[in-house]
Design a protein around this ligand. Structure first.
Ligand code: WT7
Length: 646
């Protein structure tokens, strides 16, 4: 990757900047050297506390008992909505753009407040109490924001499940968090197609006896089956609900939400975020990384079912009193100009999307972009996977007309907010690099022994000190939390990513070091995929890996061994691909299946995935050390089978 190209800060925008390079360096140093003082200042500036905290932080990565803003009392919903009412009750909080270009609406802070309070009372009337888990399985409609904030208002814990997930995935998440209520819609609408959410929910709930109530938002009005004992229409319940609902005073360390994400092994993990630390971190990063200024129209295209939607479509922008845009549709519908048309329609100033969308639109040619104005744009952002310099340059030159800085933001579900990113106007930009650490973040690149490597050398990316946005634990599994993130490099948080830092202090992310596959920015675990494949009666064993793809970043490639006596066929291949799609969701696209007589295993029985990645991507010149294989003969078989399917 060409690492020397630098884009300096565009002069025409410097006057808008909060911070220049010198100030960044000084404030960064202060945030590391005087961490308590720095975070105390931020907690005061960004959050309204019902009663102040007694100490800023306690605990360590050794003991894993970290807490932030101890004994402080606050409420997430109050901070996102109520406290803004005095100054901005008539300001638009949420712009909603429907999948259909003719469908849209806006909610002012006052309107949002009223709906949340009513809905919070609906939840209370159905018996939801502080600490209860509520599952939200909704598409990108305003009710998802109302539901999340209403849950937070009464001190319950939301668990949002991405609406493209299958009923099996939904069921597993409801059961793991033991949710007592589900909020869903009749259908979701995306790219002109309907997604029968209520059907999926009904199927999932057959196996979830503890869910006593289902609240259903009417999105399309298309017919659905109805369970009179259990189901409640959202609009009917809201109409009858009282609008007085004081926000619960919560402890800073009380849980705010659970969000499931894939690990390298086992079932998805419920990442638990608590209230005080998460909110401070979401607010400060939203303001600085996006240079968010009063009055800016801000648009993050991520689905709320992922962490980006939580932190940078809902919590970050609303905490800062912003106008946040929510888009129900997809970038290709009704045509490839959709994103840019929406930018012009609402005069969007800040636009945050994913490399996979940028690459897909780049491929369609410049005319789709150029037929729009985009003159309102000031800043562009990207997240989810490494962006190749080609796509970066196109985003900068064509979408941003060479005048908007790009913030390539690196972070994870677990980290709560952005950890490494350029700061617009402060950091000269290098295409393909995620820039410098955010305030209070101490990243390091280390080798197998956990020792820092020289600048320019690739290694494992770790974070040395706690920060307020970090997850609290894996819901119900502190042991797995410890094992996954803190065992390999003791005393540090292991990100699972590979990276290097150049001599100018810029970080370059090389991708996952573990068995997590990023397909179009969506995170899928090898273990999850293999569990689905292995549950097919014809399959003896399987190994799923990611191989590079121009548009999606990676695609899934699976090696499958059939049970003895079972003939591998094209039909079986199709069946397996469909099974993964049905059981995980349509984003889990298996690009290719290769039959394998045997899988390459070490003598201790571990599948050598590194080798499988090389074979699947035809990188046969250097297969690395294969001496630990139990049966080195399998390599030849795999290579000749690979040749057959190319
Ligand atoms: C993984 C986390 C955090 C929001 C979306 C993804 C990859 C994320 C970047 C980036 C290179 C990136 C990493 C990370 N990733 N952002 N700017 N450059 N890689 O959250 O689903 O928890 O995935 O996404 O591999 O570990 P997530």
């Amino acid at each position: 990757m060409e690492k020397n190209k630098i884009y300096n800060v565009p002069a025409s925008f410097v006057s808008n900047a909060f911070i220049d390079e010198k100030k960044y360096q000084a404030l960064y140093k202060h945030s590391i050297d005087n961490s308590d003082e720095f975070w105390a200042e931020q907690a005061k500036e960004f959050i309204t506390w019902f009663s102040p905290w007694k100490s800023v932080q306690s605990g360590s990565f050794d003991k894993l008992d970290m807490r932030w803003f101890l004994e402080g009392k606050l409420n997430a919903c109050y901070n996102c909505v109520d406290r803004h009412l005095e100054k901005r009750k008539n300001q638009i909080a949420i712009i909603w753009q429907g999948d259909n270009p003719d469908e849209s609406l806006t909610l002012t802070y006052a309107a949002l407040h009223e709906k949340i309070c009513r809905f919070a009372n609906v939840l209370k009337n159905l018996g939801v109490k502080k600490g209860d888990r509520v599952c939200i399985y909704l598409p990108m409609i305003p009710e998802i924001a109302i539901a999340m904030l209403a849950v937070a208002r009464i001190g319950a814990i939301h668990s949002v499940v991405f609406s493209a997930f299958s009923s099996d995935s939904l069921k597993a998440r409801i059961l793991d968090a033991d949710c007592k209520l589900l909020i869903t819609a009749d259908h979701g609408v995306r790219g002109g197609k309907n997604n029968p959410l209520k059907d999926h929910a009904d199927k999932a709930l057959e196996k979830c006896p503890n869910v006593k109530h289902v609240i259903v938002v009417k999105r399309t009005g298309a017919p659905i089956t109805w369970n009179k004992e259990r189901d409640v229409w959202y609009h009917e319940a809201l109409q009858n609900a009282n609008m007085e609902c004081p926000a619960e005073k919560l402890d800073s360390d009380d849980p705010l939400f659970i969000l499931y994400t894939s690990g390298s092994t086992g079932s998805p993990k419920g990442i638990l975020h608590t209230t005080g630390g998460y909110l401070v971190y979401a607010a400060i990063t939203h303001k600085y990384v996006f240079n968010y200024s009063e009055g800016d129209i801000y648009w993050c295209t991520a689905d709320i079912g992922w962490i980006t939607g939580h932190s940078y479509l809902i919590y970050g922008p609303l905490l800062n009193g912003a106008t946040t845009l929510m888009f129900e549709g997809v970038p290709q519908y009704p045509n490839f100009s959709r994103f840019w048309e929406i930018i012009d329609k609402y005069n969007v100033n800040i636009f945050y999307t994913a490399p996979t969308a940028i690459r897909a639109l780049h491929k369609e040619g410049d005319q789709w972009v150029k037929q729009t104005s985009r003159k309102s744009l000031k800043l562009l952002g990207t997240v989810g996977e490494p962006i190749n310099p080609d796509a970066w340059e196109w985003y900068h030159r064509v979408v941003g007309d060479d005048r908007c800085p790009i913030v390539d933001t690196w972070w994870q579900t677990e980290t709560g907010g952005i950890l490494i990113s350029p700061l617009p106007y402060a950091t000269p930009l290098k295409p393909g690099s995620v820039g410098w650490p955010f305030f209070g973040i101490s990243p390091e690149v280390v080798d197998e022994q956990g020792q820092a490597v020289e600048d320019g050398k690739t290694g494992k990316l770790i974070i040395k000190k706690p920060w307020p946005g970090l997850m609290k634990t894996i819901y119900g599994d502190q042991e797995r939390f410890k094992e996954t993130y803190f065992k390999e490099v003791p005393g540090c948080y292991l990100t699972g990513d590979g990276a290097d830092r150049d001599t100018d202090g810029y970080f370059w992310i090389t991708g996952r070091n573990d068995d997590i596959i990023k397909v179009s920015g969506h995170r899928i675990g090898s273990g999850e995929l293999e569990a689905v494949l292995n549950s097919h009666p014809a399959v003896a064993e399987s190994a799923a890996i990611g191989i590079p793809d121009d548009i999606r970043g990676n695609i899934i490639y699976a090696f499958v061994t059939t049970k003895s006596g079972i003939q591998p066929t094209e039909l079986l291949k199709k069946e397996l691909i469909q099974k993964v799609r049905d059981e995980i969701g349509p984003h889990a696209i298996v690009g290719n299946i290769q039959w394998a007589k045997d899988l390459p295993k070490t003598r201790s029985g571990k599948i050598m995935r590194r080798l499988l990645r090389k074979i699947a991507s035809d990188e046969l010149t250097d297969l690395g050390d294969t001496s630990t294989l139990a049966d080195p003969g399998v390599v030849g078989d795999l290579i000749s089978e690979r040749k057959k399917i190319k």
